[in-house]
Design a protein. Structure first.
Length: 332
């Protein structure tokens, strides 16, 4: 049985790279029944055009669905569309939640002559330890630095539509990925990348090109965990009067006492994410969070698990048959 890596998923087909060759595969029915998620970047065992096993992941992010990556390169546009700090903080916090290193790349630098914006970016994110790049795919600015950041890594390139992800990849790879201008009417990008795909730049460097998206929400964590995604807020947490302080309207809040040391856009993003997390808390408050697994592990293999309802139905049938046999014996 061969072991390879999925580099593209399209419809029900999984394209697996093995020793430099591409194999078009489908999931074996037994694996499909386990309802395991399958991501671009997954290492798999396959034979005769069928994937039979998903190997353990080093890490993953659910959106875009990518596994086994070294870092996330967050692409933002300086202009067209205008730099959106809320969306940028969303991507940064997302990467932090999944424990993956993030690099911040600000593209279309040729369209901006505002040095104050560049200074603001450095003042906010450099103290937090992020590597920062300014590039222009159109004029070739910062492309060598972009290559150095990618060298020897498998990097996910993500960002909203229209920020120039495909243009940057074209600039360093010689590929001709489809690009499209930002809409003049909406000032929003148009999705040109439809599917996540691993692109090999050289034998040591690979990029995962992903579709743009903007509706990522923190509706999967509890409110009191949000400050862990903001190191400049989290460092004051222990000084707050209340252990469950959300750093909003509570008295004795150390974070609010130090707001002059926290950037306004970061604090605003924090409150926005807390609000989304509150919706999640209300959702799970009465229904609980325990979900019965649809499969079970036996001898390192996954097998489909019979649902509670079906198990109960089988028990009832068995019990009825026992009573029936007992009655038949009494009649005899």
């Amino acid at each position: 049985m061969d072991k390879g890596q999925i580099y593209k998923i399209h419809s029900d087909f999984y394209y697996v790279d093995f020793e430099g060759k591409t194999y078009e595969c489908k999931l074996r029915q037994t694996l499909k029944k386990t309802k395991q998620s399958v991501f671009v970047g997954d290492f798999v065992e396959f034979e005769d055009g069928a994937i039979v096993k998903i190997l353990p992941r080093i890490n993953y992010i659910p959106r875009p669905s990518v596994a086994n990556i070294d870092r996330i390169i967050i692409i933002s546009a300086v202009k067209e569309p205008d730099l959106d700090f809320s969306q940028l903080n969303r991507y940064i916090s997302f990467a932090k939640y999944y424990g993956i290193e993030a690099v911040l790349c600000f593209n279309k630098n040729d369209l901006s002559f505002d040095d104050k914006m560049i200074e603001k970016v450095f003042s906010i994110y450099e103290p937090l330890g992020y590597d920062i790049l300014f590039t222009s795919a159109l004029e070739g600015l910062g492309i060598e630095e972009f290559k150095e950041v990618l060298d020897g890594k498998t990097s996910v390139v993500c960002g909203s539509s229209g920020v120039g992800k495909s243009s940057l990849i074209n600039a360093i790879s010689g590929l001709n990925l489809r690009t499209k201008q930002v809409s003049d009417k909406t000032q929003r990008g148009v999705h040109t990348t439809r599917h996540s795909e691993i692109i090999t730049i050289n034998k040591n460097t690979r990029i995962v090109d992903t579709p743009g998206f903007s509706n990522l929400k923190f509706d999967f964590i509890l409110p009191h965990d949000v400050d862990k995604l903001f190191p400049e807020i989290n460092k004051y947490r222990a000084e707050c009067k209340f252990q469950d302080c959300l750093h909003d309207e509570e008295s004795g809040c150390a974070v609010k006492a130090h707001l002059n040391q926290i950037d306004e856009t970061r604090y605003r993003s924090y409150l926005e994410f807390v609000s989304e997390a509150k919706n999640y808390k209300e959702k799970v408050k009465y229904q609980g969070t325990k979900v019965e697994s649809s499969h079970k592990k036996h001898n390192d293999n996954l097998a489909v698990k019979i649902s509670t309802r079906k198990r109960q139905s089988a028990r009832n049938t068995l019990r009825q048959n026992v009573y029936k046999d007992f009655e038949d014996e009494r009649i005899d």
